[in-house]
Design a protein around this ligand. Structure first.
Ligand SMILES: [Fe+2]
Ligand SMILES: [Fe+2]
Length: 283
């Protein structure tokens, strides 16, 4: 029987499944009307995440005079959006880091985080209102890579190495040649299997080809694609930005952003990255 993205995802063997808390948080925070009390309840059920939120709320960045002791104080101090970002990034990191943690997995995770932050910054700058969804989509966009790597460490490790060394330009094509599918397809199967919202699986599936997404998700997937490109441009990730010429043209067309306008905002995006990274890389 040939392997499909669905059978691959269904048969992850001894890998620990996604934590219930992570799924709940990913679902909850993708809803713009998510209630603070519900989020607080879910965060409170995961000691590691709750401790992280408290740590950040008490960090020097926020210059608080009094110690923040409770989760609700921490949420008020940081603001709901910051809390969501920290919590979701922490959950997503757990997903990327399942199984053995290798330099490749680390690189894929860092690339996803920078893509998410850059995508959100670009969306904010160009006034796309669903910038938090761009962040979420960006965090998850390459999750399929980590699944393929866990399942086929030798074959996929060689492909990643060739892409990393610059011997191979198109990693997705190499995946299709080796397995019959690429990481975008595996990521879609995974987020469907986890019942994550449709917007997620669409961003994941179409981040190399945003025009293929369902019409209501094309612009969202395009911003995720621009974040992905930005991450490679600043040297975060396995691959070269030149490999993304077609997705870039596709994403610019669908967002209505010109190449010049995007280039003119490069420093602003870098400033956003610097600012947001402080919050998120501490765990
Ligand atoms: Fe990708
Ligand atoms: Fe990527």
């Amino acid at each position: 029987m040939s392997i499909t993205p669905n059978t691959l995802v269904a048969d992850l063997g001894s890998l620990p499944p996604i934590s219930r808390v992570a799924t709940q948080i990913l679902r909850l925070t993708s809803d713009p009307d998510c209630s603070v009390s519900e989020l607080q309840r879910v965060i409170g059920s995961d000691q590691a995440i709750a401790a992280q939120i408290l740590k950040i709320a008490n960090s020097a960045t926020f210059g608080m005079m009094r110690e923040v002791r409770t989760l609700s104080q921490a949420i008020m101090t940081l603001g709901l959006n910051t809390v969501k970002s920290v919590v979701v990034a922490s959950s997503a990191k757990d997903l990327y880091m399942r199984g053995a943690t290798t330099p490749f997995q680390m690189a894929i995770w860092e690339h996803s985080l920078v893509s998410a932050l850059a995508g959100r910054a670009i969306a904010k700058i160009f006034r796309f209102p669903a910038y938090d969804e761009v962040f979420l989509g960006g965090l998850m966009h390459d999750i399929g890579k980590s699944v393929i790597f866990i399942k086929y460490p030798d074959v996929y490790g060689k492909i990643l190495k060739s892409v990393n060394d610059g011997q191979l330009d198109d990693g997705s094509q190499a995946e299709i040649d080796a397995f019959g599918f690429d990481h975008a397809m595996v990521g879609e199967a995974l987020s469907d299997a986890w019942n994550l919202p449709r917007t997620f699986s669409q961003c994941v599936r179409w981040h190399h080809n945003p025009g293929g997404a369902e019409p209501e998700n094309i612009v969202l997937a395009s911003y995720v694609a621009l974040g992905n490109l930005f991450a490679l441009e600043v040297g975060k990730g396995i691959g070269k930005p030149q490999s993304l010429v077609t997705p870039k043209a596709d994403a610019l067309e669908h967002t209505g952003i010109t190449e010049e306008a995007l280039a003119a905002q490069r420093e602003v995006v870098l400033d956003y990255l610097e600012l947001d990274r402080v919050l998120i890389t501490g765990f």
